[in-house]
Write a protein that binds this ligand. Structure first.
Ligand SMILES: O=P(O)(O)OC[C@H]1O[C@H](O[C@H]2O[C@H](CO)[C@@H](O)[C@H](O)[C@H]2O)[C@H](O)[C@@H](O)[C@@H]1O
Length: 293
């Protein structure tokens, strides 16, 4: 089974079903020569419609559409309890981490398990288990926050985004501590372009911030080389597991931003990344092909 999984993950990587998450935009105005602006300029040139940000916004809206599959139904209370219990048991057997785009405190408030490692804000806020984990060394607490200096600016941008997007019905801005998220799930598609304009108008004044995209959400984050992949690397190193041939890390994800972690495992040729939906779909195809189901 593991071989089957490995082969299929490799295929997904080859066919770019799994690829690195992309930066859509980096803040800063057009005259800026920072690396951040370079990303923005490249984006405009590729778009062939340079001028006034119109082409850029059209590209954003196209991307907003492409990355917005229907939301899965949320779990009911019983399923959440079963899941929490399973994760607790898992953490007893293996060091287990939850890596999320949400802020760490929010993730903890959902999961409420002290035995886990938590990496919130797309991995920019990592904390080791408080208690109950056999992998926690005595009196040793693990904390990694590589974007601390950006806290004030993220708070400021969050406030501006709330204020600016107020005019767009359904838009919701979420403060994820080291990043801010602008959700457009409940925004009428006719208003997506207006929303993209507003977000851009705020971001252009912040050359040290960049914009990426998740499922019906814009993510505004510091322009540092840190993502879920880096968080995974940090965790493996902290546990003394990097470059261990007898350790098999497994990363399971369903978001575009999880692709950075899949790439780390692929590059290290260590362990396995599972993109949930593609994996399940391929499992069905495999079953149909092998058993004629
Ligand atoms: O990194 P993850 O744990 O996979 O989190 C990804 C994003 O999760 C949250 O957004 C998701 O839930 C929203 C509803 O609560 C939904 O509207 C959105 O489409 C989902 O992506 C979170 O709010 C984001 O900040 C995370 O990036």
């Amino acid at each position: 089974m593991v071989r089957f999984i490995e082969e299929n993950i490799t295929k997904m990587l080859e066919t770019k079903i799994i690829s690195n998450s992309e930066v859509l935009y980096a803040g800063g105005d057009d005259g800026d020569t920072s690396p951040a602006t370079k990303v923005f300029q490249d984006f405009q040139i590729n778009d062939k419609n340079v001028g006034g940000g119109g082409g850029l916004i059209r590209s954003w809206v196209d991307s907003m559409r492409a990355c917005s599959p229907t939301h899965l139904q949320s779990f009911n209370d019983q399923s959440s309890w079963i899941m929490r219990n399973t994760v607790r048991k898992l953490a007893m057997c293996f060091p287990t981490a939850i890596v999320s785009g949400r802020c760490r405190e929010k993730v903890y408030s959902f999961v409420k398990l002290t035995e886990l490692y938590y990496a919130g804000s797309h991995g920019m806020d990592i904390k080791g288990p408080e208690q109950g984990s056999r992998y926690k060394k005595k009196n040793q607490s693990l904390l990694c926050q590589p974007a601390t200096e950006f806290l004030p600016v993220i708070t400021e941008v969050y406030r501006k985004l709330v204020e600016k997007t107020n005019s767009i019905p359904g838009a919701k801005v979420e403060n994820n501590k080291f990043c801010a998220s602008v959700h457009f799930r409940c925004v009428d598609e006719n208003k997506w372009s207006d929303l993209a304009h507003l977000v851009r108008s705020v971001l252009k004044n912040y050359p040290k911030l960049m914009l990426t995209q998740g499922r019906k959400v814009f993510e505004i984050r510091p322009i540092i080389k840190w993502d879920k992949g880096k968080a995974l690397e940090f965790l493996l190193e902290s546990l003394g597991y990097d470059n261990c041939t007898d350790v098999f890390p497994i990363y399971i994800g369903d978001d575009r931003t999880d692709e950075d972690a899949f790439k780390i495992l692929r590059d290290k040729r260590q362990g396995l990344g599972i993109l949930v939906m593609s994996f399940l779909e391929r499992l069905v195809v495999w079953k149909q092909l092998t058993c004629g189901a």
